[in-house]
Write a protein that binds this ligand. Structure first.
Ligand SMILES: Nc1ncnc2c1ncn2[C@@H]1O[C@H](COP(=O)(O)OP(=O)(O)O)[C@@H](O)[C@H]1O
Ligand SMILES: [Mg+2]
Length: 365
């Protein structure tokens, strides 16, 4: 079975990443690709509109336009860590119980930045292995650092495979008094532990040691999963799409993220300019053509027109700039949709995106 192709959508906050990712996944499913949409930062209203719950379980999306070929994975940032631990410690129930009671773990589980991304990516790695998908669309969190999460799996895997962890795991045994330290090396180690305990307090040292001791038990499972996540995110079958809106802030975010990706050796394949173009709404045209319309209403229509043109000009300017700065990326323009229901916006954008699937999909077969 071939690995799925992966499209990662990234961009600043509020530019329409989640909406665009959903629309893209509907367009792919409608074209016959078995598609999984993963949102790291699920929008409740959109999940509701797509008829899927926010959970760590892969769920079929019942939208008629998706023809039964679309699934969603929208893990809840507050709950995914627990699910992940359940999987990791499936064969080590006692270690799991110790881990869940570990003060350090409790502190880390919801405090550490990027933990949710890491957990979500491991859920994706499992889904990609079990699910027989053609394409996985990943909607990232709204942050400039959202891209960095692609490197977490590899970094953590090497950390967990490294000497520090072995040492910390050994610390757990020694703090339990299993073996007495011997020799110069052990004396050195004991000395460091003693110092650590003085600086951080004995409980933190013990908690750290216990945590890594228990993690060491499931290291193989963890390393395999994170390696798989790395392959999916940084391998040959991934394409990055940056989402922007025609605003100065979104432009800066896109250029920052593009530079970050280039540094990671993954140039973005496309930039999606969302909310770039607007048709005058039919009621605007009707009002303009009508007779006896009050001058104040016409003034409002002029303001709306001006806003529309300003948006289009900004989008044109940004498209030209992106074409010059990121010449290898295609620019895909999406309209501003005059609707407030999220499913209506997704439906309209998925129709638009149908013509651009080749520009967004990774070039491999
Ligand atoms: N092309 C569009 N036209 C109109 N509204 C849009 C468009 N794209 C997104 N929206 C709306 O903008 C809001 C933010 O979009 P969202 O996809 O949640 O952004 P992000 O995920 O980047 O934070 C949502 O209410 C969404 O329905
Ligand atoms: Mg979002």
């Amino acid at each position: 079975m071939k690995d799925p192709r992966v499209i990662v959508c990234a961009g600043g906050g509020g530019v329409g990443k989640t909406t665009t990712s959903a629309a893209l996944s509907v367009a792919l499913a409608a074209r016959g690709h078995r598609t999984l949409i993963v949102t790291i930062d699920p929008a409740r209203r959109l999940a509701g509109a797509m008829g899927v719950p926010i959970t760590d379980v892969v769920t079929p999306v019942p939208l008629p336009a998706a023809h039964g070929r679309l699934w969603a994975l929208m893990p809840d940032p507050r709950r995914s860590m627990g699910t992940f631990i359940d999987y990791l410690f499936a064969e080590e129930p006692e270690a799991k119980a110790r881990m869940l009671a570990n003060k350090l773990y409790i502190g880390l589980a919801d405090a550490a930045a990027g933990v949710h991304e890491l957990v979500a990516m491991n859920l994706v790695a499992r889904a990609a292995t079990d699910g027989d998908f053609d394409v996985v669309v990943i909607d990232t969190a709204p942050s400039r650092h959202a891209i960095d999460f692609v490197t977490y799996p590899a970094r953590l895997a090497s950390l967990l495979g490294g000497r520090t962890v072995a040492w910390l795991a050994g610390l757990a045994q020694r703090s339990g008094g299993a073996t007495a330290p011997r020799g110069l090396l052990s004396w050195g180690t004991g000395h460091v532990e003693h110092l650590l305990a003085r600086v951080t307090g004995p409980n933190l040292v013990r908690d750290t040691a216990d945590l890594f001791g228990d993690l060491a038990l499931v290291r193989e499972r963890f390393v395999a999963l994170t390696k798989r996540a790395s392959e999916l995110l940084l391998g040959e079958r991934v394409a990055y799409a940056l989402v922007a809106a025609p605003t100065a802030a979104a432009r800066d975010d896109v250029l920052f993220l593009a530079a970050r990706l280039v540094k990671l050796g993954r140039r973005p394949r496309a930039v999606v300019l969302n909310r770039a173009d607007t048709e005058a709404a039919p009621w605007v045209r009707a009002l303009r053509e009508g007779r006896g319309v009050a001058p104040s209403i016409l003034e409002v229509l002029d303001v709306l027109d001006l806003e529309r043109r300003t948006r289009a000009d900004a989008a044109d300017g940004l498209a030209v700039e992106l074409g010059a700065t990121l010449p290898w990326a295609s620019v895909v323009r999406l309209p501003y949709v005059e609707a407030s229901a999220p499913e209506a916006i997704v439906a309209a954008l998925s129709t638009e995106l149908d013509a651009h699937l080749a520009a967004l999909l990774p070039a491999v077969g």
